[in-house]
Design a protein around this ligand. Sequence first.
Ligand code: PEP
Ligand code: MG
Length: 769
Amino acid sequence: MLGTLRSIVQEVNSARDLPEALGIIVSRVQDAMNTEVCSVYLLDPVSNRYILMATEGLHKKAVGKVSLAHSEGLVGLVGSREEPINLEDAPSHPRYRYFPETGEERFRSFLGVPIIHHRRVLGVLVVQQRQAARNFDEGEEAFLVTVSAQLAGVIAHSEATGAISGLSLTGEEARDVSFSGVPGAPGVAIGSGVVVFPPADLDAVPEKPTDDPDNELAAFNEAVTAVREDIQKVAERLSDKLRPEEQALFDVYLRMLGEDALPGEVANRIRGEGQWAQGALKQVVNQYVRHFEMMDDHYLRERAVDIRDLGRRILSHLQEGDTREVNFPERTVLVSEEITPAMLGEVPRGRLVGLVSVRGSSNSHVAILARAMGVPTVMGLVDIPVNQLDGKDLIVDGFEGQIFASPSPELRAFYQEICDEEAELFRGLEALRDKPSITTDGHRVSLLVNTGLMTDVVRSLSHGAEGIGLYRTEVPFMIKERFPSEQEQREYYREQLEAFAPNPVTMRTLDIGGDKALSYFPINEENPFLGWRGIRISLDHPEIFLVQVRAMLKASEGFNNLQIMLPMISNISEVEESLHLIYRVYHEVREEGYQINMPRVGVMIEVPAAVYQVRELAERVDFLSVGSNDLTQYLLAVDRNNPRVAQLYHSYHPAVLQALVRIAQDAHSVGKPVTICGELAGDPGGALLLMAMGYDALSMNAASLPKVKSVIRSVSREWAAQLLEDVLLLDSPHVIKSCVDLALRNAGFARYLRPGRTTVPVTTFESSQ
Ligand code: PEP
Ligand code: MG
């Protein structure tokens, strides 16, 4: 059965569109189960009806015509119960519905299983049999459930593809179709999609027509020649080191690159179908790969890997020779499988209005960067067909985590109004720039910023920040192609220190690992968030840590506003070892003649173990700063980067709030200041709770600072303390969030909350969350 299942899934994956995929499903399942009828009904989000989309055994003319209301008939029953229904005599069931068009009266036994993708019912897969005596047994039921679970993702993806092209399941025009992901950075952007893809990734290559096939063909032939030469060279170089069967592999490669093999087919697609070379290559390689993967012979199946490798090599040559510049329109919405900081840098200044990333979640580092830059962002749109968004008009709703493709004028106007309101709100807040952050009853709380790029510094100054609470030093490391030298680091650091002097600038030592990768220092781990991260890497590589600390200390000469902060501390010994290295560098730098003071050193509390050792840690350093992003992830065991569990990532979780209260109390009990630099500090409601807990300073992205300041200036500390007391009695994160939102609303800050869901009727495709 497993073999049958695998080949069905592979065939369905290779289908060009949804009807072809569904046709394959019904015919293969009918065959495999040896049943008279197999049909698939999909729930059309536009009409909210189950539509018969494909069948083997019922009258084909009923396809697309027969439909049932959401809870009508046995199909509706399977969908609403969200579990299989297996009946020996379907017509005698009270929910049985009869459609003469299908010729269904002849069939008696019925087995229907729901097709569910991440909690959303997409449709129902049904098998039927004429004889009542033929009861579908448990094994068959389990088989159909397995098929349906495997196919749900493929169907969700194909549905999304159709919707982006503007077609609903019935082929009618679908307007304002939206796709739901995870909010990345708040705000609304209206612009044109530009899809960027990482190099030499065949899956990420968009399919698009060319108007110059000769040119595409010439580029392709050049790339094939280059790959052929590469392979010949490698084969010659290794000739005396390889066994004959390994040598033969190179001959296989070269044969595949022969005129009538892969290159011939790619050429046909360029000429015949007018595809550009990269798209044609992708299509042919995928077709070969599928063909090999379906083979029963293990050796032949493995050859799929070789084809993929060859495809990547040709693609890499094609992309090298591709001098076409990406054209970034005035209002660019950057779309990618995975947005990287380097991609952000490629968009000309002032043109980037929105971001859409297939991977990642609201606390991924690219989302944090986007918030710092004030660019509305949606993350985790897992099932969206990225390549079809290129050149499309898009609306990015970073409040709700939704995007809309090809919006209607009404929807556009609706969102334009929200954009205008936001702009007006910010203009109003500019007046607060030089006002102190103080409550109505005189309690002061410092508002600091989190930075990474120099643009953050400029924005922070114009928003009235009182210093830097977190400078993520890994950001300048991430946009380089090698480790920056001591001198280069000194320059980055000096810019930050100078911009805020004499106010404090807290520089965190390198925090790579987890989801922050350096292309030139790859770390491959099964479980990167529990692996080699932050201070662990720094202590294992003192040559990197010492250079960084030296650059920081030298950069601070003349300003003396440097504070050094250590990330991911989970053991006292890590603090002691780090302090030892910092003292050593301090003395050496002074001996070199630099006039510097010993910087204040602090520790981040972002690992649950550290929460229980706050006092011991605080006694050894000058300050503590809570990294609530990681602390939430580790306390709740929810990967901050995984959109599938984004619903469970909640900084208002009672356990997180209890931990935050405890940290502030324990730090103060040994007389040490405590700040917070996780994203919770930039949430107006979160900021009020943190202030009430006694946090001495809140550090946040520059874009959030004016809102937080205006909220703090409008309430008394007593009011915030009462709110904290109330929410600490609650046991659900959602109820706590609603309670805080309500308090903000009552205090006149409704506009700081996410605007309510659009009242414009839209069709939503949930992404995998
Ligand atoms: C945090 O974890 O809250 C934090 C501020 O650090 P980062 O988001 O860079 O991991
Ligand atoms: Mg962290």
